[in-house]
Design a protein around this ligand. Structure first.
Ligand code: ADP
Length: 177
């Protein structure tokens, strides 16, 4: 019997992408023929990078690490509608701990109920079990060293962004006027 071609969508905020996300992506590539990293465009408070910036940073990573079958794009609206538009067979999500399970379980059940699509979960490596984009944004903005939790190009972009955010307001005003 011919092997079925399986296309997966990995949706998330990725603000910014972390080594935990990358770990999930690398495990995902082994399971699927094609993997689309889908950056949600839903308006969220406290976003550090725009969806365009996140897509561009992830694209850079895909080229650097040579990941055949992996691509990135942004999407708006319901994940299940986007997955259907892409003719994806499954949604990929990552699990860090039991805390993730409850929320992810609800999300997966809802997505299956509304669109009949299955969600495949992969467990991250133990070393990234505590890594989240939110914590990375917070720790980095307070000057903590998070260099071993995110890829190098993302670390550099994060440092640049935080420096820019810390510029005195007067400078911003004079630039804007
Ligand atoms: P969302 O806001 O949709 O949860 P995230 O970018 O925070 O978007 O996460 C996208 C997916 O990646 C989710 O399934 C999340 O559980 C998973 N994820 C996030 N960080 C990690 C990590 N360190 N290890 C494994 N999975 C992770």
């Amino acid at each position: 019997m011919a092997k079925k071609f399986v296309r997966a969508v990995f949706p998330g905020s990725f603000d910014p992408i972390t080594n935990g996300h990358l770990d999930v992506i690398e495990r995902g590539i082994k399971l699927f023929d094609e993997l689309i990293i889908a950056v949600g465009r839903s308006p969220v408070k406290n976003q550090l990078f725009t969806p365009e910036e996140r897509v561009q940073m992830i694209d850079e990573l895909i080229s650097q690490r040579s990941m055949p079958g992996v691509s990135v794009e942004s999407f708006e609206g319901l994940t299940v509608e986007y997955a259907a538009e892409k003719k994806a067979d499954v949604i990929l999500r990552g699990l860090r701990s039991l805390t993730d399970v409850q929320y992810e379980f609800q999300l997966a059940m809802t997505n299956r109920a509304v669109a009949g699509i299955e969600t495949v979960f992969v467990m991250t490596s133990e070393q990234y079990g505590f890594t989240s984009s939110t914590l990375i944004r917070e720790v980095a903005s307070l000057g903590g060293n998070i260099s071993n939790l995110i890829p190098e190009n993302i670390y550099n972009r994060l440092q640049q962004r935080l420096k820019k955010d810390q510029r005195p307001q007067t400078q911003d005003r004079s630039l804007g006027s």
